[in-house]
Design a protein around this ligand. Sequence first.
Ligand code: NDP
Length: 610
Amino acid sequence: MSEITEGTEEKKDRFSDLDYDPVSLRDRYREERDKRLRADGNDQYVEVIGDFSHFLDDPYPDEKIERESLHDDVDVVVVGGGFGGLQAGARLRDAGIQDIRVIEKGGDFGGTWYWNRYPGAQCDIESYIYLPLLEELGYVPKEKYAYAKEILDYSQAIGRHYDLYDNALFQTEVTEMRWDDVRSRWIVSTNRGDQVNARFVAMANGPLNRPKLPGIPGITDFKGHTFHTSRWDYEYTGGGPDGGLDKLNDKRVAVIGTGATAIQSVPFVGETAEQLYVFQRTPSSVDVRGNTPTDKIWADGLEPGWHRHRMENFNALVSGVPQAEDLVDDGWTDLIGKMLQRFREGADGSGRSIGEIMEIANFDKMNEIRDRVDELVEDPGVAESLKPYYQMFCKRPTFNDEYLPTFNRPNVELVDTEGQGVDRITERGLVVKNKEYEVDCIIFATGFEVGTGYARRAGYEIYGRDGLSLTDSWSDGMKTLHGLQSHGFPNCFILSAGQGGFTANFPHLLEESTTHMAHIVGHALKQDYKSVEVTKDAEEAWVETIVEKAGGAMGGLGGPQCTPGYYNNEGQPNPGARQAAPYGGGSIRFFELLKKWRDDGDFEGLEFGS
Ligand code: NDP
């Protein structure tokens, strides 16, 4: 994205209609970014293994499932029982495939919504488009933005509807997948001693599945209680996802992190804790939530096809494609839609360049976000600390009506680390700018691994033809056709966002990619092909397309107006990022491209083995 530059009187004139100075605002963004840049980038985080592995323990199951190890054969193993795995299962069933086994490390279906049960957890994308398969199940969510419990229950309903419980293995982690070229089978090994032979495997591990911890010096010294938000310890806090964390009444609590998870959970901790310290490195942009219950008359009147129509309407608007109406009409369509529309219209009559128009639109939106902080937070100093100074979309925007007012409570203190993070953790608490904050409990709202190797995030290695690991095969960058299949890894499907379509509504991408996968698997099984693999040429051509168009997908995220975060590899140059980018032509064109590929019927770029 180009920038407004200082200089001529003529330039000043072009911005004279603004009631702020865009040049100094841009300088402020740059300062905030520079303050936060650090040489260790992504390595600042600690991998949750060894001494930290207890952070991954499942706090939710009623009991441990005891069972014998399995040694058997199935048509398809689906790894992961979240939306990706459920949608894969559903679309495979639709393609007539019966013999499916889902393997899931949690105790039930749900994925993200199984693990993330922190108080206040709620979908950020409108539930009428975020929840998949709504028409298939005949379900309409209870509210515009559904809470986690409803989404978890709904995930389980999908599992029942498509008979995915029948053959599923819960509390089971895949430890390795190895292709047996002689038998044309994947041997899927698990931590329960299973060895499942599968004709096909679909990896739906989730894009943000592996919690990460900050590498703060002394992190292991703390003698009090700790947990990560994705494994909320209700035994310690009391209460439940609706709040009422009564066991915190006599506790001093620290929350580290102020991303989307903290924004939703902090109000509930603040409500009951004797003292809450929120340790902030970078403030989030917090826009209006405005949740509403579902209007029964509206729900009863929905016509067949409404769900896809609504998803596509949203996706078009957030992709900057004008629509006759805005069905979702929320912060996302407002934010992205308006900005991209201005970009496409090209001019606003001010004589500004397109880059300048976009930048001004972004400044305007972020000014609105900063003004909202002043409206909701009483102490002007605290309000100033809570204002985000970077471009919208450098970090994930959040939407919440309770987070900011929480800082008006006498028992809640914002500890602004001014971009530096917590300096040290001691036996008793946390140190920032030489002041120690003594606490009983530290809650890590520090997010999930992004940008680390695929196998590390998945938690298992995948060995394809000739024993080559996916890690080695991708050592110089991700390689796939359509983000779904990789040469050397026959009968294996990857359900993630890299080299596929990007949309703010991830389940929409999953709908398209699982439909595509089921089409290929269904064909191979019907024709009794032993294998289906992407040719090297087709893969190379797709990688070239991705790299060529990557600018469109990456936007200005790496630019000087963006503070570091997981959207931009913590501000570090990342040579692999272009190659792992989503399709730069946008998700609408990507989905059309997949459909046309299927309609053409010649399975271009794939080789079937019999
Ligand atoms: P994030 O990665 O967004 O946030 C992590 C937070 O930890 C950041 O505020 C980060 O600061 C802070 N942090 C990291 N290290 C330190 C340190 N050393 N000292 C102090 N603070 C530190 O994680 P979340 O779990 O909040 O969200 C992850 C993603 O999950 C979201 O982006 C979103 O995609 C998804 N999500 C979706 C929701 C929904 O749809 N409803 C709800 C919640 C999450 P800094 O910004 O400076 O790096």
